[in-house]
Design a protein around this ligand. Sequence first.
Ligand code: BES
Ligand code: MN
Ligand code: ZN
Length: 494
Amino acid sequence: MKFTLNNNTIKQLSSDCLIVAVDKNSVLTDSGKLIDKLLNGEISRVLSQGDLDTQSTNTLLFHTHHTHIKRILLVSYDHDKTTRRKNYYKLALAAANTLKKYRVNQADSLLHEIHLSNGNTNTKIQQEILAFNQAYYHFDQFKSKKPEWQKLETLSFVNNDQTHQDLEKIITETAAIANAINHAKDIANTPPNSCTPTFLARQANDLATASNQLSTEVLDEASMNQLGMHSLLSVSKGSDEQAKCIIMNYQGADKRQKPIVLVGKGITFDTGGLNLKAATGMALMKYDMCGAATVLALMKMVVELKLKINVVGCIASAENMVNGQASRPSDVVTSLSGKTIEIINTDAEGRLVLCDAMAYCQKFNPEIMIDIATLTGATIHALGYENNCLFSNDTALTEKLLQAGTAIGDPAWQLPLTDEGRQLLESDVADLKNAPNISSVVAKSTVAACFLSHFVDNCSWAHLDVANTAVCYDTNQASGRPIPMLANFLLNYK
Ligand code: BES
Ligand code: MN
Ligand code: ZN
């Protein structure tokens, strides 16, 4: 789908379909009124017939008698003068779904004339792009008969207000975010017999081939063994798939500028290991690489937009399976940092792969390190499905991330790193346990974050546990989160 600006005046407009907003009192926006005039009152007539219930978000598509404006899509919304960002996203989504249903292939939007109480024109255009991108996303790579449907070729935003000069920029940026979301969804939705650690490494290599600002290095099991990444390697021991630690280095700024390091959990399937998951718990575990998909997608976006920052993307990838080599509860492994870890629970494998990747990334001397992981199911109990769980050792970074998420509709909520959590990981035989005793009822998300905190060397660090948000549990599909939040953070990084 292409997103463009349409600078024509209302009178000059020609369109397959013009998207026009109408409030609950059937009042059109300013341009809507002009168009109604141009159409000799066709819109008013449709509205006065009561064909559209304007009391809530509804849509109505009809053909006009006008030669240049073929169709009108009316979209109603339930506020008189103002609406909030979230509602705006919903009404844009409703518009997109109707256009999809009726196989429209080109549209021009005037939705952004609606007044937002918590966002400007940039916000509105951004939300509209994200909503349309969401509505039209589909994954049919593994269907032998591709479902038939008409894609929307272009969505144009009608604007001849010269004061909105940064609209081109927000369109380009948001289109890149949308591409990143789709890319991450494609990777995450790929079945786990195709999406293996080796597959993820290939994705990273493909990125390097496409850009001369990005280079990829893939550590295989032999090199990780040599380096001493025995914590990561302990997870893949029970699998026939080779573990990989994948490093993508993007240089968009001066060499001396310290990079932002993004570390993603890439467990391509999580059976739990010997602490085997039950059938229901294992069902969606192909999505246990959503952190990795987020990192790959963000690197793709950074490359596409040629951002003037330095970013290192690192993926800790393994498959958590069971065979005669698999880790046992009680095993002790030595991590790359030198710290020894007693494996209490083989299902707490995410932290075992992440800690070695994070320790490895210290060599890049990060300005900021952010790890992204589907780490604990308990995030759902703590926060539900709305907010990403954020942990951080830096209040300024926390503020920036929370703000970036809120502004783009991918919110996060901060949870604490606690002494209690750290104490629960004290081991009698090793430096650290990977999880509390098997039967303990504890704040699992906090404990997991506390484990990771042991592997951060005085740098500004944030941990995003997205087990509750990376998957849409209504549809059992990858959601693309927390890409919008992190993309927004990177785009505004100074
Ligand atoms: N990949 C899971 C976390 C998860 C659960 C993600 C549900 C998405 C949905 C992770 O590896 C795991 O198994 N975590 C355990 C931690 C426990 C053993 C301390 C959990 O959440 O129960
Ligand atoms: Mn697990
Ligand atoms: Zn896992």
